[in-house]
Design a protein around this ligand. Sequence first.
Ligand code: ZN
Length: 148
Amino acid sequence: MLEELQDLYQQVILDHSRSPRNYGVLSTANRKAQGLNPLCGDSVTLYVKVENGRVEEVMFQGAGCAISKASASLLTESVKGKTPEEVRALFARVHEMVTTGKAGSADLGKLAVFTGVHKYPARVKCAILPWHAMLAALEGKDEKVSTE
Ligand code: ZN
């Protein structure tokens, strides 16, 4: 059962890395930030439109490994409609899951596919990278952030 679950998760990661959702430049974005992971060579730029205190639209562009792409793709699906505070709270839970493998009682939905990443410490930064860029964008920093 556990192996099947892992297979399933891998399918989701592969699917999102091959066919990323919300991929491209968001012309109406009013926030933007780029994340770089020099260890792996991942680069991801988040384009965010915040209106009425909520994330109205979010898109990303970038190049990198399957995990960073899938993480960015799943992020864009997870943060729409949320307030910046809700996005930060979600990131805290994702960060704990990715680094410890424990999601606690939190229902992270599809983001749970990254539960196994903690077994590969070098990959943790790949999964977290898009979130760092997202938070930087929400803070209104149009700048590069690095996982280093
Ligand atoms: Zn990577």
